[in-house]
Structures are given as C-alpha cells and as structure tokens.
Design a protein. Structure first.
Length: 206
C-alpha cells in the first residue's frame, strides 16, 4: 500500500454534480447545505430531519436544496462523502506537519470524534442503500486506505509494532467512541483510551 500523501482519487459522481462545474456561489450554497445537514442530523436524526429546516439554517430556499440534492438519499450520501473526504484531508495535514506516530494518533482522535456524530447518518444510509452502492464503496475504501497509509508510514519509521493492522485500529477506535458516547460527564475518555492504544503500539515507551 502506498504511503505517499496526496489528494484522494475522485469519488463517485453524485446527482448534484452531474451537469457541469458549479459556480462559486453555487459551491458556497452546497457547502452551507452540507454543514447545516450535519447539524440537523445530529440533533434530530438523519432519517427524520426536516429538509426545510436544513435549507433554513443554510440560508437558502428549499428549491436551492433540491437543485443540489434532488432526494433525501442524495443529501445523505453527499454528507457522508464530504465527511470521509474531510478525514482524508485531515490525515494529509497531519502527515505534512507531524511525525508518523503523532499523525496516526491525531487522525484516530479525529475518527473517534466523527464516529460519535455519524450514527444516525450511517443507519439511514444502510436502510436506503446496499453495501455495494458507489458512495458507500468509495467511502469505505477511502477511510481504510487512509488508515493503512498512516499505519504503514509509522511502521516504516519503526515507531509502532509491525503486526499492527489498520482495520483493527479502526474497529478499536469506533468501539472507544461508542464507549465514550455512553459515558456522559467524561469528555476526556476517548482521548485517554486512544492514548493507551497508541502506547501499546509503540516500539519504545513514549
């Protein structure tokens, strides 16, 4: 697996992006809609969130929302893809600015924070699309490849154990996020538990 950081391959074409490149104002509207959708999904659940409320928070009309995302499914997929691509961008930023094991640790913290907010989104997607859908396949591959890049880079630097597996770390991170989400009043739990995981991976004590 390549360990060279760089922009991810182009994702699947969503309905909102079929025709031609968006104008600058249309791109701004699209990003505002995605940001508003994340907020409303977190508050009300992705399966029952009001599209009118999303449009209102984004400061646009419902017609603008439907021009970008003709169906609720299109919006769900776009939000999911946008978040996964943001995690890839975070990995690239960490690779460029920190040592390999710090990049891995920082990225897993970002995954844990994202995992805490994505539950209703993923549940809604699973209910309305199959695992082989273009968006789900692309996003699953992107997050696994990103984890693999970070793990391989830290292994080549001799900073973590050679038997560490990216898929195992992703599962551990999601489990830690679940535990933290069900332990109210302890905001530092996820960071502490991930710190113990990273310390267990190191070839030398931190």
């Amino acid at each position: 697996m390549s360990t060279t950081a760089g922009p991810p391959a182009a994702g699947p074409t969503l309905p909102a992006a079929e025709a031609r490149p968006l104008r600058a104002d249309a791109k701004r509207n699209q990003q505002r809609l995605l940001s508003a959708a994340v907020e409303v999904f977190a508050e009300r659940g992705a399966d029952s969130a009001s599209l009118e409320e999303i449009a209102r928070r984004a400061g646009v009309g419902i017609g603008t929302l439907y021009r970008h995302f003709p169906t609720r499914q299109a919006l769900l997929e776009a939000v999911y893809q946008d978040q996964i691509e943001a995690l890839r961008a975070r990995a690239d930023e960490l690779i460029a600015t920190t040592d390999p094991v710090s990049a891995l640790s920082g990225w897993l913290l970002a995954v844990a924070a994202w995992s805490k907010t994505k539950q209703t989104l993923v549940t809604a997607l699973m209910a309305t699309s199959d695992a082989d859908s273009p968006v789900r396949s692309y996003c699953g591959k992107l997050i696994r490849d990103t984890a693999g890049d970070l793990v391989t880079r830290a292994q080549k630097a001799g900073q973590i154990r050679a038997d560490a597996r990216a898929d195992d770390l992703l599962k551990l991170t999601h489990g830690i996020s679940y535990a933290a989400d069900h332990t109210p009043g302890d905001d530092g739990l996820a960071a502490r538990m991930l710190g113990m995981v990273i310390d267990g991976l190191r070839t030398e004590p931190s």
